[in-house]
Write a protein that binds this ligand. Structure first.
Ligand SMILES: C[S@@+](CC[C@H](N)C(=O)[O-])C[C@H]1O[C@@H](n2cnc3c(N)ncnc32)[C@H](O)[C@@H]1O
Length: 239
């Protein structure tokens, strides 16, 4: 349902992934962005994490790559608010064909750009310069899926152990593995719904409001009945 403009639909989300502030801090600590580093976020969305990676290290530069113009616009505004517009660029490109390498690559929730998680992990090898690191995040099964969950998310979701194996098989050294906890997931889902709820409050008489309400109720039902506690989300820091 594309009734709600994306900027409003996602307006209540800090980032478009199940992630708390302190978990984000931990991941950035493990990514170890250093002076002079170039950081590229492939499938950056509005680049909140990219900006947080770059802000504390005044000599490093960031590039956010995404194919959603509205998200890039939000990213440029965030960079301006943080005073880093001169060091963080947002570009509208297909992440899977990004030609350059960088010291630090971030790729969270965007592996579908390469086809699958193993494909992304293999292809991202050449994007990371020698001695560099990749912060990779994607969905994984926290528990074996029911038939409904498997049908909803497809064959491409891996168990955490298979995801870690895929990273090692692609030649990565695994420095860090953590998964989103239940409260991070609940907050992700709640803030996803909250943007749409905002639109409903602002457009009570809109003829499409019923459609949006049905969509929201359906997503909530699917979450609590089918994938809550089953679909997980893993963050790996790789070198
Ligand atoms: C689940 S969101 C995650 C966004 C961001 N990494 C974050 O954590 O907030 C996935 C992002 O990947 C982007 N994306 C998907 N396929 C892409 C592609 N082929 N090229 C560039 N961006 C892509 C989407 O537009 C979306 O912003």
């Amino acid at each position: 349902v594309n009734v709600v403009p994306d900027a409003i639909a996602y307006g209540r989300m800090r980032w478009n992934t199940p992630l708390s502030e302190d978990h984000a801090e931990l991941l950035l600590e493990r990514l170890e962005v250093s002076a002079g580093d170039e950081v590229v976020d492939l499938g950056c969305g509005w680049g909140e994490l990219l900006i947080r990676a770059v802000v504390p290290v005044p000599t490093c530069r960031g590039t956010g790559v995404d194919n959603a113009p509205w998200a890039l616009e939000r990213g440029r505004n965030l960079a301006a608010e943080q005073g880093v517009s001169d060091r963080v660029a947002f570009v509208a490109e297909d992440a899977s064909t990004w030609p350059d390498s960088a010291d630090r690559i971030v790729c969270i929730g965007a592996s579908q750009a390469w086809g699958s998680e193993p494909d992304a992990l293999r292809n991202l090898r050449r994007a990371v310069r020698p001695g560099g690191r990749l912060l990779f995040g994607d969905g994984c099964w926290e528990h074996p899926p029911s038939a409904d969950a498997a049908a909803m998310f497809g064959e491409s979701v891996l168990a955490l152990s298979d995801l870690v194996n895929a990273a090692m098989q692609a030649g990565w050294h695994v420095l860090h593995v953590s998964t989103a906890d239940q409260r991070e997931w609940d907050d992700f889902e709640a803030t996803w719904r909250a943007g749409r709820e905002d639109w409903l409050l602002a457009h009570p008489g809109d003829p499409r409001a019923g459609e949006v309400r049905t969509h929201l109720a359906g997503r909530l039902r699917e979450y609590v009945n089918v994938y809550r506690g089953v679909l997980g989300f893993a963050y790996l820091v790789l070198s």
